[in-house]
Design a protein around this ligand. Structure first.
Ligand code: HEM
Length: 218
């Protein structure tokens, strides 16, 4: 018990927790995107897939609890690390430009809250239906298409998924560092792995609102 609280209390412990929950959430994002891409196969395929996921209630709810736990721990550790970082340097650097702190790293502070806001809106849009006036329970294809036909909703999805791609890029980059896989010799490979995953997930997710907006999917 003491060991667990001691580990959580340390900066490294929090980083490890962020990395582990990040990997689980990353797995969800990849699986979710692959499933959602069935939008391109038509209403029957997407609705059948969604029905399959919804039909096993115990599995669905266990899965939701795990996801909620991971999001909670990931956000809590991130906020605590950010606060700790800030209090250890109360006076800002006059010029602060270390090479590792690139655009993605600096955007982590606000890409996180935007993604969180997106998830809340997204649950209202497709799961609960409270923010989607055309919501029809069980007709996932209809819900997705009717939602993305509204330009500002599609725009919000595109922006949030752009943020998610940047967040994933930096998250993967930091993950290698947390687990000690940051030998300078492999810096290039590490960056390319992070870029490739972020690009594939960003492009896959953004393609869906774009396809509806442009009338490719209707
Ligand atoms: C354009 C991209 C996306 C599309 C088209 C999409 C579509 C959907 C749909 C249709 C559902 C409801 C499924 C059902 O009721 O059976 C859903 C649920 C959900 N989505 Fe997404 N999604 C997208 C991106 C994301 C992203 C990027 C995240 C997380 C960062 C996310 C997180 C969730 C969560 C947490 C749920 C609730 C799952 C549950 O029922 O427990 N989605 N999504």
């Amino acid at each position: 018990m003491k060991l667990t609280t001691g580990l959580y209390g340390s900066t490294l412990g929090k980083k490890i927790l962020m990395a582990v929950t990040g990997i689980i959430l990353f797995g969800f994002v990849v699986g979710h995107m692959i499933g959602n891409l069935q939008l391109y196969l038509g209403a029957e395929a997407l609705n059948h897939y969604a029905e399959l996921l919804q039909s096993n209630r115990p599995f669905l709810w266990s899965f939701r609890v795990v996801m909620l736990f991971c999001v909670g721990v990931h956000v809590l550790a991130a906020v605590q690390l950010w606060l700790r970082n800030r209090s250890s340097r109360p006076i800002k650097y006059r010029v602060f430009n270390p090479p590792e702190v690139d655009y993605a790293a600096r955007t982590m502070v606000w890409s996180g809250p935007i993604i969180l806001a997106f998830i809340l809106y997204h649950l209202g849009d497709f799961t609960i239906g409270c923010t989607n006036p055309d919501f029809v329970r069980g007709d996932v294809y209809h819900n997705v298409v009717s939602s993305f036909q509204v330009w500002w909703v599609a725009g919000f999805y595109i922006l949030a998924n752009l943020m998610l791609a940047i967040h994933l890029y930096h998250g993967l980059w930091s993950l290698f560092q947390t687990f000690g896989l940051d030998h300078p010799r492999f810096g290039g490979v590490r960056r390319w792995i992070a870029v490739a995953f972020a690009l594939v997930i960003g492009a896959g997710n953004i393609s869906m609102p774009l396809a509806v907006l442009t009338g490719v999917v209707r």
